[in-house]
Design a protein around this ligand. Structure first.
Ligand code: HEM
Length: 162
């Protein structure tokens, strides 16, 4: 894959990455650490939403308020994941660009982000008491929970199968 003007920079980065264990450790930690932070908060919030969906109005109101604070942590974690992910990709462009697992993972990430936008819209509607909003919030929370695990699985498969 030709990278045009980025070629020398990417080549320098790939050399630095493969020659320095400390650099690899820092980048992979940023990736896995971002996953623990963002994915951990998102999965915990999804579980709490699914429990509240079966609960009383007071529990639901409490959960919708709690959700508002979760998004900031998830977005911050995703920033770490995406930046470190691009650095991991740039460390071996030829392998990852031609990897089917890589593109399946990117498709799953797109689904995760799109579902996140729909989940936030359902949450706003639920906080305003719009009918049917809790049904959508329950469905998008279930999808979010499953997608976080699928993306993590694709990430590990990428490391092992390339
Ligand atoms: C929610 C988003 C993401 C999650 C949960 C995730 C998760 C993971 C996990 C668990 C690994 C295995 C780490 C290891 O065992 O060393 C991994 C590897 C990897 N990820 Fe991600 N990732 C995400 C987003 C991205 C993005 C956006 C990119 C690139 C643009 C990316 C590129 C990579 C690459 C290239 C590897 C393989 C690294 C290697 O073989 O050394 N990831 N990812």
């Amino acid at each position: 894959m030709t990278l045009g003007p980025l070629e020398p920079l990417v080549a320098q980065w790939a050399t630095l990455f493969s020659n320095h264990a400390a650099v690899r450790t820092a980048v992979v930690f940023a990736h896995v650490g971002g996953l623990v932070g963002a994915g951990g908060c998102a999965v915990a919030a999804d579980r709490a939403t699914l429990l509240a969906a079966a609960g009383h109005d007071a529990e639901r109101r409490h959960q919708v308020e709690a959700l508002a604070g979760t998004h900031r942590v998830v977005v911050l974690g995703l920033v770490f994941i995406v930046v470190s992910g691009l650095l991991l990709f740039a460390a071996d462009v030829d392998t990852f660009f031609s990897s089917r697992i890589f593109w399946i993972k990117m498709a799953l990430i797109l689904a995760l982000l799109t579902n996140g936008v729909v989940l936030q819209s359902a949450e706003r509607h639920a906080s305003r008491g719009v009918g049917g909003a809790w049904g959508r919030l329950r469905a998008t929370s279930m999808i979010s929970l499953v997608l976080w695990f699928l993306v993590a699985f694709a990430g590990v498969a990428l490391t092992n199968a390339g």
